[in-house]
Design a protein around this ligand. Sequence first.
Ligand SMILES: Cc1ncc(C[n+]2csc(CCOP(=O)(O)OP(=O)(O)O)c2C)c(N)n1
Length: 946
Amino acid sequence: MAAGWQDFQGVNQGYVEELYERFRKDPNSVDPESRELFAKLGPPPSSTLSALKTRNAVGVADADPGAAAAVDAVASVGAFNLAQSIRRYGHLAATIDPLGGRPTGDPALEPATHHVTDADLQSLPGSFVWGAVGESSATMAEVVEKLRAIYCGNIGYDFAHIFNPEERHWLRQAVESGRFAPPVQPINGPALLGRLTEVEGFERFLQRTFPGKTRFSIEGLDMLVPVLDEVISTAASHGTRRGFIAMAHRGRLNVMTHVLGKPYAQMLAEFRDPVRGVYEHQGVKFDGDVKYHLAATREFPAGRDVNFVVTMPPNPSHLEAIDPVLEGMARAAGTNASAGGAPVFDPDAVLPILIHGDAAFPGQGIVAETLNLNKLDGYTTGGTIHIIANNQIGFTTDQSDEFSTLYASGLARGFKIPIVHVNADDVEACVTVARLAIGYRQAFKRDFLIDLVGYRRYGHNEGDEPAFTQPAMYAKVNAKTSVRQIWAAALESRGEITAGDADAMLAAKLDELQQSLDSLQPDKDLVESVPDVAPPGTAARTETAVPLDRLRALNASVMTTPAGFTVHRKLEKIRDKRRKALDDQSAPTVDWAAAEDLAYASILEDGTPIRLTGEDVERGTFSHRHAVLHDSATGETFSALQALPQAKASFEIHNSPLSEAATIGFEYGYNVQAPDHLVIWEAQYGDFINGAQTIIDEFVVSARAKWGQEPSLVFLLPHAHEGQGPDHASARPERFLQLAADINMRVANCTTPAQYFHLLRRQAALLTKDPLPLIVLTPKSLLRHPFVVSTPAELADGRWQPVIDDADARERAHDIRRLILCSGKVAVDLLTSAARKANPQVAICRVEQLYPLPVSELADVFESYPKLDEITWVQEEPENMGAWDFVRPQLSELTGRRRLSVLARPRSSSPAEGSSAVHAKNQERLIAQAFELSATKKLSRTRDGS
Ligand SMILES: Cc1ncc(C[n+]2csc(CCOP(=O)(O)OP(=O)(O)O)c2C)c(N)n1
């Protein structure tokens, strides 16, 4: 806080006077520090201000009695400011670097800067500052000494950015009272030595047995394991039952073994790496992953009689990409969705821990995106413990080239996350900080960051020579004794162990590992997770129809608002129509929004919880959804799906922050943790999903083959060429289709509300039977297109159709010469084109499911037209985009003697035209050419696909 009313210099003067005035009127209106200060100093003598101004100006006090009081006040202010500066800036002088790097220090930590002398400090009472330190000190000199020991030792408390007064007060008290540190909370020294022996012994054994093999040794940051022990056991003793830890390569094998309890035998079997080939299970291929990306879960008894379960999910090389995934997992694990209404998240139920690299944390944008989720209603996880495993180097890059902030942790300051830097060679300091972190998290349900500052014993991997690039640093590293040795020496000097105990412990650990290796049966000890695969045809057999009476009851419920709730006038008109949409079962009255609403309502009635997020999803980008209504008079909100009387599971909907990578990562994590929930992410426009390409590549499409995970996340991606320019046109279906293999997703581009209804319901029904991610290219203008409507009967009967043949062409099947294959909006353009009537030899078949491509259904369609001699794939995307490259080889195999051709916009680096007029012209030409039987031969934009 600022100094108090006596700080008469410059701008502080007005501030202190104002603060004092507030205190005088209501002591509770100022923060506790100011309250205490003002209570001790009493009201300022009227002459003090001018007297002190004089003294400050000339450096002497005159004989005026007011000035005499002022002399004391100047010393008091100086002493107080010095104490406050140590609290705020002490971390700048803290000895947090085990390699002996000198802290920068700060002039504010020197008495002279505050015009106070040692004699002044000796003469002022210690009770002058509030809190434990003040109360236990006779003089301010003692206070300053104690504060220096606390704030400028091996721990740097970086709290000055914490604005919340309660949090600030709690942190200061916790730190200064020493309540988390020994001797108040003792540490079992020999047990900790045992732990450090396991950690170091494991690395030493691997180094000896598998020299040069990459393992990303933890050495230099060995205290990471005891820190995790402390955080987990404290949380468990507070009643938390579920923990999640995410980390990158560095130290991962050690943490998996010692914190997650992965058996030595399995770890060593992975180092032996027997040839296993590629696994194939019921026609689906699994490739596995390198050992330092794999997952582990451990259940262990903690507190009372309930198990604490901790999971480390698998993660890719892409640093920090796991961060939002882990948060989503924690959110799901702490959520109760088993009843209608909004789900209930219990922050005490879960504990997420994210371990970052010191180069990756400031460097990767997804970290900022993830931190931004931490206090948002739809995303909070009750506080994450962040640990920067800070080895002061990134691969070969020095920190001076890694970040522009003072510390690697700088980004967290903006999010008001308390930060503590701690020297990883100081065992007691590290344990104290771990306790502080979890204590704060328990108290405030907020994130906390531990910057664990250590070093890296070897190069980036164990085969690298670090002295090529960091010779000076590695001269120091090579001379360093390990933290185990440092702690053993401390215990020996305290008489807690005797000489030789530490060496004996290490020898025993190395023996244990050797025995484990000697008795290894690599094939048996290697456990791989391969998921079950659903029997073929599971998806095709899924029933999705909902009887009409049930649909009508659900429609009535979703169209009901609470008494007195005023719906916007324009929406009320639309809702009036919706109320009657199911009256006539054969009238085309169900639009896209109605179909979606009814799908969700019926899924909730079936007992499947739904979570729907994305930018502006509550209203819907195109103002069609209105899943959350706002009372026109009061602004109060209401979600009919959350008030649905029929619901047997919760409905959750949130407008997301403006992020793709972290929000999709979060939904992915939520989805794999809660596989029986229907988790849907909607893009504002489909293009924006490329902001999350890492999450798509590394998790959504490949997690099953690599790690045996079974995501079933749904993406709603608005996609169509509608003249809005190069962006807002394409959800980049070609990218998904290029990644489609091993049956790792379903991709749909459907053209009717009924199809959308059945697609969503099928996905919900398959969540536990045949889970796969579902990519849906969704409409924009078609949301309100008169052709894009369904009858109630189409919802009440039938099911998802991967292909929709041309019903109008059936009766002239014998005349059909060309079959147009198309998908999505272009199909509607073709079906509603005036040219259709004039070209009776052309039939239009809609491919509603792009992956897996429904080849047998397509073959049936081809065979049903006996005179068919040309199959033309028509897409509005440029030829190098859209589905063409993907469908071409498969169609080539199906078409037989018939010619296969394509009609598309010319190959292009940009997805669409910049001008809507040019778009309209090109679109018109494309549709016209589709019906010209000779067009595909004449046009340069056409390619022969055979
Ligand atoms: C997104 C991403 N970019 C680049 C890399 C390549 N890479 C692997 S480790 C590493 C350095 C990481 O440094 P730091 O975060 O300090 O972790 P450390 O390896 O030092 O523990 C880099 C650049 C990567 N894995 N992920």
